[in-house]
Design a protein around this ligand. Structure first.
Ligand SMILES: [Zn+2]
Ligand SMILES: [Zn+2]
Length: 358
């Protein structure tokens, strides 16, 4: 549930406090015109009473009332009425997303990526699914795939996808899991491939799909995900030079455990790839995000990755692989200017904006 806590932290908020009446109306309770403390979320103004509501949208962090036009997943995650139209909550729709994804992958890469055994059972699951399976890691999974091979060599494929995610993100996970199925069918047993390389190839097809659908945010997420230990970046470069067919051909006919020569030079134990795969989201963000601004009379605060900064203040922010020392240099109307220790240039973040720190 760490993921959910993070999403809450990232909730984009601004508190406007002038004392005077404004032309804002609360998007939760409809009260307005509002005055005093007003929180501006990415969807609009929220009154101070609604801001204190306990339930939050698991996708955007918006506070929610019971009975609003909301959805709730089986494991208790709420999805607000604004995100609901773009969230996938039923298995029929998840199957449509999966079907559209595999069709687009074949269109992008050719018949070579079509499955020889095309039947794939697609299901949705809730977070609880994993605890029921008695898994020790409490990491919240986005997807899972499995291929059963019969003695005669035929394959039965299965994919499970996490319920209640945005359609675009679900498609990226579907592309990842579909690629696992293709690898399960096409990699000869004698071609041992490193686990990170397999994951990176799966991430690469998701990357190419998101590129073809013009989803720059998703591309950034895939590149920043430490899941493949950086190998995804090497594969993106390799694909640019040689094309995807080179990579697919290597899976079928290659002999090395790793695809990238630079990576191959590293002394790394070769792991035996499991035929089942899980797509694991990152536990901590790799990016800095300005969740919002808090303006209360003369005092102003910028909320960065859940940490509150006054202008001039320096604090630490834990990112995935390191702790950054961040100084909030200036807070403007809808953005904050930051100084990061070790960086020459300032970083200016708008509300809701996320930035990878080099
Ligand atoms: Zn309200
Ligand atoms: Zn939402």
């Amino acid at each position: 549930m760490r993921q959910l806590a993070l999403i809450l932290f990232l909730f984009a908020l601004v508190l406007v406090s002038t004392g005077a009446e404004t032309n804002y109306t609360c998007i939760i309770c409809g009260k307005g015109p509002l005055h005093g403390r007003i929180w501006l979320s990415k969807w609009g103004a929220v009154c101070d009473v609604c801001y204190r509501l306990e339930n939050r949208c698991s996708l955007c962090g918006l506070p929610m009332r019971d009975g609003d036009d909301q959805a709730k997943t089986g494991d208790g995650r709420f999805i607000c009425k604004f995100d609901r139209p773009n969230a996938v909550l039923d298995v029929g729709e998840a199957r449509e997303v999966f079907t559209a994804t595999r069709r687009d992958l074949v269109e992008l890469f050719g018949r070579g990526i079509a499955l020889n055994f095309p039947d794939v059972t697609v299901n949705l699951f809730d977070v609880d699914y994993w605890s029921e399976k008695g898994r020790e890691d409490s990491l919240h999974k986005f997807g899972f795939s499995y291929t059963r091979k019969s003695r005669k060599g035929s394959c039965t494929h299965e994919v499970v996808l996490l319920n209640g995610r945005l359609r675009t993100e679900l498609a990226a996970t579907a592309a990842h899991e579909y690629t696992h199925l293709w690898i399960n069918e096409n990699r000869p047993v004698e071609h041992a491939v490193d686990g990170d390389t397999i994951e990176a190839i799966c991430e690469l097809t998701a990357f190419k799909l998101m590129e073809s659908r013009s989803q720059p945010e998703q591309l950034q997420k895939i590149l920043n995900n430490p899941y493949t230990h950086g190998e995804i970046k090497e594969l993106v470069a390799l694909e640019k030079e040689n094309g995807m067919s080179y990579i697919f051909n290597w899976v079928k006919n290659g002999t090395t455990a790793r695809l990238v020569s630079a990576a191959a030079a590293r002394v790394a134990p070769v792991k035996t790839p499991a035929i089942a795969s899980t797509n694991v989201p990152p536990p901590l963000p790799a990016t800095l995000k300005l969740g919002g601004l808090l303006l209360d009379g003369q005092s102003r605060h910028a909320i960065i990755n859940g940490v509150s900064f006054a202008a001039g203040e320096t604090k630490s922010i834990s990112l995935r692989n390191r702790v950054l020392s961040v100084r909030c240099r200036e807070i403007r109307r809808n953005e904050a200017v930051l100084e990061i220790s070790g960086l020459m240039n300032f970083i200016t973040l708008k509300i809701g904006e996320e930035r990878f720190v080099p």
